[in-house]
Design a protein around this ligand. Structure first.
Ligand code: GUN
Length: 293
């Protein structure tokens, strides 16, 4: 078993990004600029956004956080998105999800200029990704592809099982893993809460991607010997032995599954760190006008 080490990879990628940011700065004075819109203070969004902003600063990019109360109206939020769209100094924009129930996330996402949609959530980017055209790809799936690439994991002809059909991870991941490229060329099965015989399907996976958001759901009996296991989950579970009172768990029961695998991502220290790197890579692409000319 070998760990797919998000810590090592993300440090490498951050160094590469810092060098590239310094280069475009010296060439034309341009500093890539990521803007995040955060609504409310509930859940873990605040922590996630703070770490995105901090990572940008670490590699020399600019970052701006625009905050709203939970009570913000959909129109106000949409106007803030339009303002960023029109600001030539701002290259990339993310609106952290989830949004309060009175706001349509779809409407907000559709307002983001696809050229600045570094999260890859706009229907145009999802459509272009599905067609294999240049597009911004959702940060977590892109981070997983980067991990597979940097560890030179063979994917062609493999059976890839994705557990979870979220718009952000499961769905794009299933599309990306079947594309006629590397990493890709897998036979993909996308499973979800209504899937019958889930354990049996998972056991047939050469590459198992768990993105369902249920702590330690994937157990050893669901994993084939020698499989590559990617764990997208990150949940807090009560743990009185920890000072904080909780432990961070993935969707995979790491202790029992790891010995069976050829490669596995740890939680924390796996996919999560790659997600932030993808977002910065996309912001750099936006600043360079690489995806849309
Ligand atoms: N909420 C959970 N993950 C994400 C993400 O990758 N981007 C945004 N905007 N919101 C999220």
């Amino acid at each position: 078993m070998q760990l797919l080490d998000g810590k090592v990879l993300s440090l490498q990628i951050k160094q590469e990004l810092a060098a590239e940011v310094a280069e475009i700065k010296s060439q034309n004075g341009k500093i890539p600029h990521l803007v995040a819109i955060l609504v409310g203070t509930a859940g873990r969004s605040e922590t996630y956004v703070a770490s995105k902003m901090k990572s940008c600063e670490e590699v020399g990019m600019h970052s701006t956080l625009i905050r709203f109360d939970d009570s913000v109206s959909e129109e106000e939020l949409i106007q803030a998105v339009r303002d960023v769209n029109e600001n030539p100094d701002m290259d990339g924009l993310i609106v952290q999800l989830p949004l309060p129930a009175h706001i349509s996330a779809d409407r907000v996402m559709e307002t983001i200029d696809p050229k600045k949609d570094v999260d890859g959530f706009h229907p145009i980017n999802i459509g272009r990704m599905a067609k294999g055209l240049p597009a911004y790809i959702s940060a977590t799936p892109q981070g997983i592809l980067e991990m597979l690439k940097r560890y030179a994991i063979e994917t062609a002809g493999k059976h890839c099982v994705v557990v979870g059909r979220s718009q952000i991870v499961g769905l794009p991941m299933s599309i990306l893993m079947q594309r006629n490229t590397y990493p890709g060329n897998c036979t993909v099965t996308l499973t979800h809460s209504r899937t019958l015989n889930l354990a049996e399907i998972c056991r047939s996976a050469d590459i198992l991607i768990a993105a369902l958001g249920r702590p330690e759901f994937i157990t050893a009996d669901m994993v084939k010997d020698g499989a590559v296991v990617i764990d997208v989950g990150l949940e807090r579970v009560p743990d009185l032995t920890k000072k904080s009172g909780f432990a961070l768990k993935g969707d995979v029961n790491f202790d029992e599954v790891a010995p069976k695998t050829s490669y596995i991502t740890p939680v924390p220290g796996g996919v999560g760190l790659m997600t932030i790197c993808s977002l910065m890579q996309n912001t750099l692409k936006a600043a360079r006008g690489e995806v849309y000319h």
